[in-house]
Ligand binder design. Structure first.
Ligand code: THU
Length: 136
């Protein structure tokens, strides 16, 4: 499993930048590309709730903007806080799981469990029976 120490710290720092006035859930994600570079993102909400964006996909967008189509995901940490700064458990939503797998079938993912401990899992384990575009 990759080293998540610095990614967790950056995810926690980036969560402080979240724009989350509707859910009050501040989420940060920090990823390491296989290139070794690190990118981060936070959730950005909108009064039209369904068009808000998740932290994980914001981090992926930053990575693709920097590295182009060659970007591959090695590891990602996700952190969340309440509006008052209490650490909260969060795991990547279904849409983000599909996005993570797109860029790194062997990537590691780390996030807090309800007991406050950090879990480390292979992204592959997070989305069994995932959508794969069928060959025609
Ligand atoms: N959120 C994320 O940023 N990542 C996830 O994987 C789950 C949910 C955000 C979206 C929304 O701004 C808030 O958390 C509540 O759903």
């Amino acid at each position: 499993m990759p080293d998540f120490t610095s990614l967790r710290t950056l995810a926690e720092q980036t969560a402080q930048h979240a724009y989350a006035p509707y859910s009050n859930l501040r989420v940060g994600a920090a990823l390491r590309a296989t290139s070794g570079a690190v990118y981060a993102g936070c959730n950005v909400e909108n009064a039209s709730y369904s068009i808000g964006g998740c932290a994980e996909r914001a981090a992926i967008a930053a990575a693709v903007q920097a590295e182009g189509a060659a970007f591959r995901l090695a590891a990602i940490a996700v952190a969340a806080f309440s509006d008052t700064g209490t650490p909260l458990p969060v795991s990547p939503c279904g849409a983000c799981r599909q996005a993570l797998i797109e860029f790194g079938i062997e990537a590691g993912v780390s996030f807090r469990q309800p007991d406050g401990s950090w879990v480390e899992v292979d992204v592959d384990a997070l989305l069994p029976y995932r959508f794969i575009l069928p060959a025609q």
